[in-house]
Ligand binder design. Structure first.
Ligand SMILES: [Zn+2]
Length: 179
């Protein structure tokens, strides 16, 4: 089955030849296929990618746009959002990556990798990201974070207490009121 939901705009970015540097490069669309399997689901993905060919030295190469199309196809196969969709969700919220990380508790490095396509988020994280796309949910999370940052930790509250707080707590458990 040929997937038809890949939209390539031609001419895509026309790069210089990566081998000889010539600007005489043509671009054509070529179908590639690769098998995927995940949790018993097997499928051969077919996608059209732009392939560049140098007129001077005949060298053929693909660029970042082809890599992005492959990555997006894999995301669709796994039924999770593509990197652009992840970025869109965050951008709609008006938050920077670091603010979004702060509100959701997701590491900024993970957010950055998902948006750049370095790593694909697992289905649970994908669901969580999807839910943050609903403003009410993000607001609720934001309020919750603000509340928890107001809670003073045991150590901060009693700065004069030296030593390991866990050990002190252990001792506190041993203390019993005489009835
Ligand atoms: Zn060349």
């Amino acid at each position: 089955m040929k997937s038809s939901n890949n939209i390539i705009q031609f001419p895509a970015t026309q790069p210089d030849c990566v081998l000889c540097g010539s600007k005489e490069v043509t671009t054509r669309e070529e179908e590639i296929s690769f098998p995927m399997s995940n949790r018993g689901k097997e499928e051969t993905l077919h996608i059209d990618i732009p392939v560049h060919q140098c007129k001077e030295c005949d060298f053929e190469f693909t660029g970042p746009d082809a890599a992005k199309l492959q990555h997006d196809a894999v995301c669709r196969f796994l039924n999770v959002m593509t990197p652009s969709e992840v970025r869109e969700i965050r951008e709609k919220s008006g938050l920077t990556q670091s603010k979004f990380a702060e509100v959701t508790g997701i590491g900024i490095a993970s957010i950055n990798r998902w948006e750049k396509g370095g790593v694909i988020q697992n289905p649970a994280m994908d669901n969580f990201l999807f839910l943050t796309g609903i403003p009410e949910n993000l607001n609720a999370l934001s309020t919750r974070r603000q509340k928890s940052s107001n809670v003073i930790s045991f150590k901060q509250k009693f700065p004069a207490i030296e030593g390991d707080v866990n050990k002190i707590n252990e001792k506190r458990k041993l203390f019993k009121l005489q009835g």
